[in-house]
Design a protein around this ligand. Structure first.
Ligand SMILES: Cc1cc2nc3c(=O)[nH]c(=O)nc-3n(C[C@H](O)[C@H](O)[C@H](O)COP(=O)(O)OP(=O)(O)OC[C@H]3O[C@@H](n4cnc5c(N)ncnc54)[C@H](O)[C@@H]3O)c2cc1C
Ligand SMILES: *[C@@H]1O[C@H](CO)[C@@H](O)[C@H](O)[C@H]1NC(C)=O
Ligand SMILES: *[C@@H]1O[C@H](CO)[C@@H](O)[C@H](O)[C@H]1NC(C)=O
Ligand SMILES: *[C@@H]1O[C@H](CO)[C@@H](O)[C@H](O)[C@H]1NC(C)=O
Ligand SMILES: *[C@@H]1O[C@H](CO)[C@@H](O)[C@H](O)[C@H]1NC(C)=O
Length: 602
């Protein structure tokens, strides 16, 4: 049903392209967890809304609809946008990254440290999902709230109290249908479009090797596999130990979120005025010619499949240029890499960079594409002395390491698996004796990364450099090392015959014999990440690098907002997807309030 409507929408609108008359009140660019729910909400409030997405709808494909297939989804060329990034500007450091990706002379990828003669170095692979629903269609689905301080910091910097954690909680309650806490548990929602479950905890009732390792971890760090990681407890951000692993899947293992919500809205008998156009690569925002203050009036789009060069199916096609206009606003939700690219191509960004590519400056905003940051990730991966039996049973572990600043600073997840970052064809499989606690380091001290244009060609992906560990790197690495030590102790507490363990990293071997410095060096060189944020951060106008005001409006520009992970002034907590869903709800309120006050004053 949804597919039919989508096809119909595409057809109808393609047949009625208007160069001047606006067909929609709002145009939302990008259907990730930022854009998709926002567009659905605006349509449900009665405003004709167009959602533009570069990719296709894969909501009926089991790679995407079944959460358990997330690694297949991330490797599927029907949705892949392959970005190749740098972790630093230090060529030597980059050259030691074990999963460096190269293009071989025959066009295929090589991953590793010894590329065949004539290969071209591409960089460090960073997957994105260009499909209806965005990266919420290939992600691991982990749903974790940031610490209250992460929200409160936005309230403090902008003076806008609506960002206080105690106000933001309502947005989580609005999006969630919680399946793992007793109905009525405060702080949770029971009718939202994001069904949240925890990984099956019943493996703890089996007699198995996995259960024994998990018991050892619980003995070492405390907690249990059903504890609520997103509780409303006043001391939540201090709680450590084992928790249930909460994710955006329903009790049948079906992925829920941005895609399912849009499809349900299109299918709703109420016939809300939502139009979805797929295969629509937005190249720039259009501005009014007469306005004194730059004022967004629409977008320019390239129509066609696989037009972005990060798409492995890109074949040189140029697409058909179409202009679409909005009565009220344009909202850019292309994600942390693409939103700054779209703004810059539109003339909003650092004037110097725009001039380099002869892009007329609409608004000089030096912060667009700056302050890029990400959670640092690592893992304690070890091979047991025997194949491990029992269902693999993931669960979450929160740690607060000895030098943590204020709140818990490590989010880990443990099971019999292997996760060492991303490269074409990831992950590695070490067989039935593998066990890992993978972990995310929260609140990185450095935000020195950037997204810069490579050219003014909208089909060309930008240059992305995270500049990891540039500021406070040693402190962050100490916290990661302490996390690795705790996970080592916890995993190896399972004795014979499961142990002894042969560790793969960060300290290889059966008998641990590595200096702290050597382990930190490993963690630094081999860190990976997948929670990029903050390239169009919210902040006060006097902050030269702030891009948005506290209502998601681009500073100095009218009728233009940004609602996605790029809007966070810093990476939110350990996992951004639920915080981005919350942003979409908050932005809905802000936009509807402005629409109502405009119509009452008109
Ligand atoms: C492999 C992987 C696993 C992850 N696992 C987790 C996890 O377990 N938990 C978690 O919290 N987070 C996870 N994340 C991160 C999380 O999914 C993202 O932070 C989140 O999806 C960001 O949402 P967004 O709306 O900012 O952008 P995105 O999800 O990137 O969506 C942007 C959308 O805009 C579209 N778009 C971009 N440019 C254009 C254009 N010019 N024209 C038209 N459309 C455009 C894209 O096709 C895409 O659909 C993971 C990320 C990856 C890559
Ligand atoms: C799922 O993804 C894999 C790549 O990871 C691909 O080979 C396979 O064809 C996809 N399956 C479907 C049903 O699209
Ligand atoms: C998901 O949540 C919706 C909204 O609360 C609910 O109607 C639906 O039954 C849930 N799905 C499942 C499989 O429980
Ligand atoms: C795992 O192996 C142990 C020892 O052989 C056995 O007692 C236990 O029942 C097995 N558990 C499962 C789930 O197969
Ligand atoms: C590791 O062990 C070897 C011998 O077993 C020893 O010579 C060496 O000093 C040890 N290294 C460290 C860093 O402890």
């Amino acid at each position: 049903m949804a597919i039919q409507l989508l096809t119909l929408g595409l057809f109808l609108v393609a047949g009625a392209v208007a160069e001047t008359a606006a067909t929609y009140d709002y145009i939302v660019v990008g259907s990730g967890p930022g854009g998709a729910p926002l567009a659905a909400n605006l349509a449900k409030a009665g405003y004709p809304t167009l959602l533009l997405e570069a990719g296709d709808d894969l909501g009926n494909n089991k790679n995407y609809s079944e959460m358990a297939n997330f690694n297949l989804a991330a490797n599927d060329d029907k949705s892949r946008w392959d970005f190749f990034v740098k972790h630093s500007s230090d060529e030597e450091r980059e050259s030691k990254y074990e999963h460096m990706t190269w293009r071989k002379p025959d066009g295929s990828f090589y991953v590793g440290l010894e590329p065949p003669e004539g290969s071209e170095q591409l960089g460090i692979y960073y997957p994105r999902s260009a499909t209806l629903g965005g990266c919420a269609m290939h992600n691991g689905g982990v749903c974790a709230l940031p610490s209250d301080d992460d929200w409160d910091a936005i309230a403090e910097s902008t003076g806008d109290k609506s960002w206080l954690a105690k106000n933001m909680r309502q947005y989580f309650e609005r999006i969630e249908t919680a399946h793992y806490v007793p109905p009525g548990t405060p702080g949770h929602g029971y009718s939202g479009y994001v069904n949240v479950t925890i990984s099956d905890p019943t493996f703890m009732q089996q007699t198995s090797d996995i259960q024994e390792i998990a018991s050892g971890i619980i003995k070492t760090v405390g907690g249990d596999v059903t504890r609520d990681i997103n509780s409303l407890d006043a001391d939540r951000d201090q709680q450590t130990g084992v928790f249930g692993l909460a994710g955006h899947a329903d009790p049948n293992g079906h992925r829920t979120g941005s895609n399912t919500y849009v499809r349900a809205t299109l299918d709703d008998p109420a016939k809300y005025p939502l139009t979805v156009q797929l295969q629509s690569l937005v190249t720039k925002v259009l501005f009014s010619k007469n306005a004194k203050t730059p004022t967004a009036i629409g977008v320019e789009v390239l129509r066609g499949q696989s037009l972005y060069k990060a798409d492995p199916r890109y074949n040189g096609a140029k697409g058909e240029v179409v202009k679409i206009f909005a009565n009220k606003e344009v909202i850019v939700s292309g994600g942390t890499f693409n939103t700054p690219q779209i703004l810059k191509l539109s003339g909003i960004g650092p004037a110097k960079e725009l001039k380099k590519f002869d892009i007329p400056v609409v608004k000089d905003l030096p912060g667009v594409g700056e302050r890029l940051a990400d959670n640092y990730e690592g893992g304690l991966l070890a091979l047991a002395s025997k194949p491990l039996n029992g269902s693999s049973g993931p669960f979450a572990v929160q740690l607060k390491t000895p030098t943590a600043r204020k709140n818990r600073n490590i989010y880990g997840w443990c099971k019999s698996f292997s996760f060492e970052g991303f490269w074409p064809g990831f992950p590695t499989e070490y067989g039935p004796s593998q066990y890992e606690c993978a972990f995310v380091h929260m609140n990185p001290r450095s935000q020195a990364g950037y997204v810069h244009l490579r050219s003014d060609d909208p089909q060309e992906p930008p240059e992305i450099n995270f500049e990891f560990f540039k500021h406070g790197g040693d402190e962050d690495l100490t916290e990661m090392l302490d996390a690795a030590k705790t996970f080592r102790k916890a995993i190896t507490s399972a004795g014979e015959p499961i142990g002894p363990f042969n560790e793969k990293h960060p300290c290889p071997g059966v008998k641990q014999n590595c200096t702290d410095a050597a382990q930190k060096e490993f963690l630094k060189l081999q860190t990976y990440s997948h929670h990029a944020a903050s390239t169009c951060g919210i902040g006060p106008a006097h902050d030269k690098l702030a891009v948005l005001d506290s209502k998601f409006r681009v500073h100095g520009v009218k009728n233009l907002r940004v609602v996605d992970a790029s809007a966070f002034p810093a990476v939110p907590g350990a996992f951004p997807v639920c915080p981005v869903f919350m942003l979409a709800e908050k932005a809905t309120d802000d936009i509807l309030r402005d629409a109502k006050s405009a119509s009452s004053s008109a």
